[in-house]
Design a protein around this ligand. Structure first.
Ligand code: AHR
Length: 657
């Protein structure tokens, strides 16, 4: 045993010195702010993967509400079928191509125990005392007198609430009724029993809780939006991700089909449904109830800049890699131009008027658009060039995001980077899904980037505990800590890096395809991962200017296991320090706030730590690894924070104005 290491204090020249005190001071040059940190620095990346939209943040509880899945009755069960009663699926594509199918329920003999039951998305999360809004588009002819008994039932068959609805009239009409639940249930079902005689046509069978975000009818799950809002994100990137591109061009995300009347938003298959053999999700479709209007509204609600990403005429290059010939790109480019008009145009413009009709007269103040998601090769550069020319000639103030493909280095990356520089690209999206060691090694990645070229959007990153796309990846503390270390490098280089987002964002514990993810949930509960709290600590403590923070005149990028960055916040007058100790040994830092004005007597500290790097948050222990807040005394211009092993510490100290 090394006795000296066991000692917690050394005696040097008559002074007691803590054994773990760093030999060299860390100097923060408070009076030498280097560069601005963009308000967009830390944002969020939303993609409909892992049941993020349908079955996730979009609070609809009925799966396959309009019978448009490939198997029209997927998600539905016919209760007590017999020979005289039945369900027919009719297809009226000639008159309603966006929503062709509907169900015809026939009960010619007055059979009493016939019904339809919907299983929801891995069940329906139902809360005691909560009101649920049922709605349906229905019609039935004069002699038919079918009534619908709507019931919420638990997994064990216990009735939790019921209501009657008697739709009438030959024309399609929306009928609504409310139910209140007498119990809380994770895996409830919706049963619809038909009473009487005749036949009724049904479409858009829907059930929403009353407690949506901002209580908007047909809105979003409030707990999930709250977790997003708590991040105070600088931007919201939507709708992805590869979902933008589609498996083939036909399956790409087409924003114009996601706005207006929800019954006219054409349902398509979600490209993630059968992507991974290990996580088949054949019942994953996109209803687009969360469409582009709702994305813009969400961004506005949580104070984030909207960042839509559009198809550039290239289907996912990991799938079909279909391409639109360059001379046929016009409709794709027109979609981008029209989107700008939809977001920002006046009430007398074609697309601005639709925004107004949807209830948002004020512009959404769109400032940037992404051209393609994660494309690569000469084909991308050709298509980006065409988009850039058209968009900037009509809208010179819109910033364009381009990309260097899925990999942070290599031949395709180098090619895209060189070509985008020549094209004077504005903001370039780089993706890194790699092991935690990569994140530690790359804390200096941007130190040597060209200061006279494009800005960086670190648009998708997450440390992978196993390997990319492994179903065994974990949101553990080792990964989150490596991301924190890397993020100090992003912040330190805020003159080059202007936007960053972890990916993917959301995942249902029973419906995921991709791990790790920032936020997890079941039908009733949700939690932020270790990685979520790292993101939150950076985003909530962003500051406005980078301050040099040096040890032996060098930035802290792993010396003694430490990574660090410093910022100044002009609004509050605070100095903000972020220190990441990736070693398992505690350290005591000696931080000199050089050139600072008089400091407040007390500072605030948030510490995230775990001795066990495999520790993860979960539905049952949602904040096991999360920041703990404390105060500390400031004496003069030096502070000596304790940095526990495997920890991330954020410090705020107010400076006199
Ligand atoms: O985040 C998951 C996927 O990773 C995204 O859809 C894609 O852009 C990347 O390959």
């Amino acid at each position: 045993m090394n006795f000296k290491i066991k000692l917690s204090f050394f005696l040097i020249s008559g002074f007691l010195i803590p054994a773990n005190l760093l030999a060299q001071p860390i100097v923060v040059k408070v009076n030498q702010p280097k560069t601005m940190i963009q308000p967009t620095m830390w944002g969020i990346f939303f993609e409909d993967i892992n049941l993020a939209a349908d079955g996730g943040i979009y609070a609809e509880l009925v799966k396959n509400r309009s019978f448009e899945f490939a198997k029209p009755l997927m998600g539905w069960k016919i209760m007590k079928p017999d020979t005289t009663t039945g369900v027919l699926i009719l297809n009226q594509s000639a008159t309603n191509p966006s929503n062709p199918r509907y169900a015809r329920i026939s009960v010619p003999d007055g059979e009493k125990s016939f019904g339809l039951s919907n299983e929801g998305f891995r069940g329906m999360g139902i809360k005691k005392g909560m009101t649920y809004h049922f709605s349906v588009l229905a019609r039935q002819s004069g002699e038919s007198n079918l009534k619908m008994r709507i019931e919420l039932v638990s997994a064990s068959g216990e009735k939790l609430g019921s209501a009657m609805l008697a739709p009438e009239g030959k024309e399609w009409k929306k009928w609504t009724v409310d139910l209140t639940s007498s119990g809380t249930e994770q895996k409830a079902r919706l049963n619809i029993w038909f009473e009487g005689k005749g036949s009724v046509d049904l479409d858009m069978i829907s059930l929403f809780p009353d407690d949506t975000w901002k209580n908007r009818p047909g809105g979003l799950r409030a707990d999930l939006v709250q977790l997003l809002a708590d991040l105070k994100p600088g931007f919201l990137r939507f709708p992805g991700g590869c979902i933008v591109e589609g498996r083939d061009l036909n399956n790409r995300y087409q924003w114009k089909k996601t706005i207006g009347d929800i019954s006219q938003r054409q349902v398509i298959v979600n490209r993630w449904n059968t992507e991974f053999k290990h996580r088949q999700t054949p019942d994953y479709y996109q209803s687009f109830g969360l469409g582009f209007f709702e994305y813009f509204q969400l961004a506005e609600d949580i104070g984030a800049e909207p960042l839509p990403i559009l198809s550039c005429g290239m289907a996912c290059q990991f799938n079909t890699a279909e391409l639109v010939p360059v001379d046929q790109l016009d409709p794709y480019i027109q979609d981008a131009l029209d989107l700008i008009e939809f977001a920002n145009g006046s009430a007398d413009s074609k697309w601005g008027k639709i925004r107004l009709q949807m209830g948002h007269p004020a512009p959404f103040n769109l400032k940037m658009i992404g051209v393609g998601n994660e494309q690569w090769g000469t084909q991308y550069i050709e298509r980006y060039t065409a988009f850039e020319k058209a968009i900037h000639s009509k809208y010179p103030a819109i910033s364009l995001i381009s990309g260097t493909g899925p990999s942070p280095d290599g031949k395709d990356f180098d090619y895209a980077s060189k070509e985008l520089k020549k094209l004077q690209a504005q903001i370039v999206d780089e993706h890194y899904y790699a092991n935690p060691e990569w994140f530690l090694k790359n804390a200096r990645r941007y130190d040597s980037y060209d200061r006279n070229s494009y800005k960086i959007f670190a648009g998708e990153y997450a440390a992978q505990s196993k390997f990319t796309c492994s179903p065994d990846n974990q949101n553990n503390w080792r990964c989150a800590l490596a991301e924190a270390a890397f993020m100090t490098g992003l912040e330190r280089n805020a003159d080059v890096v202007s936007m960053c987002s972890y990916a993917p964002l959301l995942a249902h514990v029973e419906g995921w395809q991709w791990k790790p993810d920032l936020i997890w949930y079941d039908n009733l509960r949700s939690f932020g991962t270790d990685n979520y709290y790292v993101q939150k600590m950076f985003s909530n403590n962003k500051g406005t200017q980078v301050l040099p923070m040096l040890i032996e005149n060098q930035p802290l990028t792993g010396q003694n296991g430490l990574f660090a960055s410093a910022a100044f916040d002009q609004a509050s007058g605070e100095i903000i320090l972020k220190l990441v100790n990736v070693s398992d040994q505690p350290k005591k830092a000696n931080v000199i706030l050089e050139g600072s004005k008089k400091l407040a007597a007390k500072g605030k500290m948030l510490v995230m730590k775990s001795e066990d790097p495999d520790r993860i948050n979960s539905l049952d222990q949602p904040t096991l690894v999360s920041p703990l807040e404390s105060e500390f005394v400031v004496k003069g211009k030096t502070i000596t924070p304790d940095l526990p092993g495997n920890s991330f510490t954020m410090i705020r100290i107010r400076q006199a104005k």
